[in-house]
Design a protein. Structure first.
Length: 366
């Protein structure tokens, strides 16, 4: 095929770094890429904007925007600017670095905290949860970057009986003729990710079962299984069953709908709630619902963990235990209100210490 030139009649342009297109864009999901492109366009307009405005324009939630901001901060593609009061005043698109440059010293900023007017929160360092995220990400195997096969390699792959069978099965599951890009995804999963025929076959079955048959989704699931160390059908089936039920319910209850599985730090929290605390699914979902009610736009896993940790310390095992704890909490609030109104005598020193302790417990349980 002869080479071609690309041109445009459009006058208004937003300049995007080739480094972003060549390296950063490849590993980011589509929503995060849309966010970065929109931020790049806003750089040219110099137009003041809010997180809600961005969410409305991209047809997503404010939480999705905050997650995207945190993703690009971690990728060292953007940073936040603050005023003297510690409030966020701007987003700065940074000079991008090629992979040869050291990208290990990444920082994650809790963007949702930074948006609050509380300067102490805005100036907090990387949270413990974010540090755990970095550790988990560094330990996890990274899926290899997808390589496009040459025409000669492609001809060899297409003579492989297992590739042929997978193409036929994928055509049946997806209910349309596969494109060359789709076939390249099968080759990537089979060859570069090292999936056995049995595992690749189950991957197609699983994605068809959840009615997600685009190869962008299929490839995303394959990368996730690779990074989780899943290398056989049995482990994949067990893993998928958990994610289709328990893990996915928790993500949805927290308003996270842009991805199908938790990141390592989130998974660590969920496993702690079930294995260490011994809470049932219903109890955990109740904590998530309460967290959403208190912080509808910026609920975090550490916040939910605070609620469950308090319940664990107070021997909560059932909903009746939660009701008991709620009643104790409400009674303490009533007593505190009466005390402040002079209805009961002022507390002595030991009572003040107890009230202070109760105050911090209340803050966790809000």
């Amino acid at each position: 095929m002869a080479t071609i030139n690309v041109s445009s009649q459009e006058v208004d342009f937003t300049s995007i770094s080739n480094v972003f297109i060549d390296y950063y864009m490849t590993d980011a999901n589509g929503d995060f890429v849309k966010l970065y492109l929109y931020l790049a366009m806003l750089c040219t307009t110099r137009k003041p904007i809010t997180v809600r405005d961005i969410a409305d324009h991209l047809n997503c939630t404010e939480s999705d925007v905050c997650r995207g901001i945190k993703y690009w901060i971690k990728a060292d593609a953007i940073s936040l600017s603050y005023n003297e009061g510690g409030e966020v005043t701007g987003i700065v698109l940074l000079n991008l670095k090629k992979p040869a440059t050291d990208l290990n010293d990444l920082k994650i900023v809790d963007f949702s905290l930074a948006l609050t007017s509380n300067s102490d929160k805005a100036q907090k360092k990387t949270s413990e949860a974010d540090e755990e995220s970095i550790e988990e990400i560094e330990e996890a195997p990274k899926a290899p970057r997808k390589k496009q096969p040459t025409p000669k390699q492609l001809a060899t792959y297409m003579r492989d009986p297992e590739i042929e069978d997978l193409v036929q099965e994928a055509t049946a599951y997806c209910q349309h003729q596969l494109t060359q890009k789709d076939i390249n995804s099968i080759i990537y999963i089979k060859d570069q990710l090292g999936f056995s025929f049995d595992l690749a076959e189950y991957l197609l079955e699983y994605c068809a079962e959840v009615k997600k048959t685009s190869f962008n989704y299929i490839e995303k699931v394959a990368r996730n299984w690779y990074e989780e160390g899943i290398d056989n059908r049995e482990d994949a089936a067990e893993y998928s069953a958990r994610y289709l039920t328990f893990y996915s319910k928790i993500l949805k209850s927290m308003g996270i709908t842009s991805r199908f599985s938790p990141v390592p730090a989130e998974k660590k929290y969920i496993d702690k709630w079930t294995n260490e605390f011994g809470f049932t699914e219903a109890i955990i979902l109740e904590a998530c619902n309460r967290a959403i009610a208190q912080k509808p736009n910026d609920v975090t896993f550490p916040y939910v963990n605070g609620i469950l940790e308090n319940w664990f310390k107070n021997n909560v095992h059932s909903f009746s235990d939660i009701s008991r704890l709620d009643e104790m909490h409400n009674e303490k609030k009533r007593q505190t209100t009466k005390s402040s109104q002079g209805i009961i005598p002022s507390p002595n020193s030991s009572d003040k210490l107890k009230m202070l302790e109760d105050y911090f417990l209340d803050e966790v349980n809000k």
